[in-house]
Design a protein around this ligand. Structure first.
Ligand SMILES: [Zn+2]
Ligand SMILES: [Zn+2]
Length: 434
């Protein structure tokens, strides 16, 4: 018995990596991350100074493609307008993964005062605007280039295959009628020729301090729908409303009705929902009741069935309020992004990798976040995990720091290193690299 126990102990010691081996692997990954650190910072500053709106990331895509070619990778460009994809084939058999970064900037005029701040200007839907990497996608591109460089340097011993996906237009197209990047890349077959077993993505996030990584199993980011409601009445003199049908009053009733709908008809304890109107347009003059009123807004949900249910109730609310006043209402809903749902089994597998990268205490459980991400499209195609990388400098309260999309959004560059190490640990652990 004693002999059996002893041989079992010896066998387990031989099979499992020793503490020293694990520590070696850890310092090996950290060394790989350190080796690309300077380049990552330089790429990020370069891209930050030259931001481009969605579907127009020409310079950024060229920088990415040039860099990937330098690593000896076969590079495909021009996917979904400006998307870039490359596959690294490891020297040993293993699983296939995809790592994704988004490349687009926002119509925001930068106010950070950084020496490499953007001075780029453009017109956006008829308005003169600045262009800024106010969401930190400059960091995402630089981080993924750093990860690609580090992984390519260990190609010979790397198990499996890694696809690097550089996606355009995550924020949505600058011109109406164009596509979001992830959906179009999938429609154009990025996961057809190379079907990954898992996809991973990250986002720098001002709501967390630098050093922290946030993740959540199951739904993490909301589904975003863009809705548009048109109420048609009958135009008349402002002094004689009984001669016509006032669409402004009806639209106002519908808007308040939607808020009662969320508060009284939706099980917000099961899954929260937000319904917001961002535009309310009607009329041309103080004493004319117009023909038409238009409301445009967004719906955020975390559960697909609940989303369907709310849209049906919204339509009923709109049509019935309109009918009550002799008006008509038409609701159009465009799905911009589904909810980003982290695969629970994959999240459980990835969490220790994130803890090794950032330190156990620095990996926090994210609450639900009502912003949306079209990474969800990739994560709906194959199991995916998406995580946040804190980007607010130590000494600044992350709850008060200008959030992503603000003209003052300021990224602590140490988050680049955290991002590279996190993605490297996730990728190498999943691939089974020793
Ligand atoms: Zn954004
Ligand atoms: Zn973003």
């Amino acid at each position: 018995m004693r002999h059996q126990l002893l041989s079992f102990l010896i066998a387990s010691l031989l099979a499992a990596p020793t503490f020293a081996q694990e520590a070696d692997a850890q310092s090996d990954i950290d060394a790989a991350a350190r080796a690309v650190q300077k380049d990552v910072v330089a790429w990020r500053r370069d891209i930050h100074q030259h931001p481009e709106l969605g579907n127009h990331e020409v310079r950024t895509a060229k920088l990415v493609a040039d860099q990937l070619r330098k690593l000896g990778l076969q590079v495909k460009t021009g996917i979904a307008h400006t998307g870039v994809v490359a596959v690294l084939k490891g020297g040993r058999p293993g699983p296939r993964i995809a790592l994704r970064a988004d490349m687009d900037a926002l119509p925001v005029t930068e106010q950070t005062g950084l020496p490499f701040a953007s001075k780029v200007k453009t017109t956006y839907r008829g308005q003169d605007v600045g262009v800024m990497h106010a969401c930190g996608h400059d960091a995402h591109v630089a981080i993924l280039l750093g990860v690609a460089t580090a992984l390519a340097s260990r190609k010979a011993t790397l198990p499996g295959e890694v696809m690097f996906v550089f996606q355009p237009s995550e924020e949505g197209p600058p011109n109406a009628g164009e596509n979001f990047g992830a959906k179009l890349m999938l429609d154009q077959g990025v996961f057809r020729d190379f079907k990954p077993d898992a996809v991973f993505g990250l986002h720098v996030w001002a709501g967390l301090p630098v050093g922290q990584v946030g993740v959540r199993s199951g739904p993490m980011l909301a589904a975003a729908d863009e809705w548009s409601l048109t109420v048609r009445g009958a135009q008349t003199h402002g002094s004689r409303p009984w001669d016509g049908v006032d669409p402004i009053t009806v639209a106002a009733q519908i808007l308040l009705g939607t808020q009662s709908l969320i508060a009284r008809q939706v099980n917000v304890a099961a899954s929260p929902a937000v319904l917001t109107a961002g535009q309310f347009n009607a009329g041309v003059r103080f004493n004319i009741i117009p023909d038409e009123a238009k409301l445009v807004g967004t719906l955020r949900t975390f559960d697909a069935a609940q989303r369907e249910d709310i849209i049906a109730r919204f339509r009923r609310t709109a049509e019935d309020f309109a009918r009550a006043s002799g008006a008509t209402a038409t609701l159009d809903v465009a799905a911009n992004a589904p909810a980003t749902v982290n695969d629970p089994a994959l999240t459980a597998r990835v969490r220790p990798s994130l803890q090794r990268a950032a330190g156990e205490a620095n990996v926090i459980e994210m609450p639900l976040v009502t912003v949306a991400e079209d990474f969800a499209q990739f994560a709906n195609a194959v199991p995916g995990v998406y995580f946040f990388v804190g980007s607010t400098a130590k000494g600044t309260d992350p709850t008060k720091a200008p959030i992503n999309h603000s003209p003052q959004f300021l990224l602590d560059e140490q988050s680049l290193d955290v991002g590279v190490r996190a993605m490297l640990h996730v990728a190498l652990d999943y691939l089974g690299a020793k």
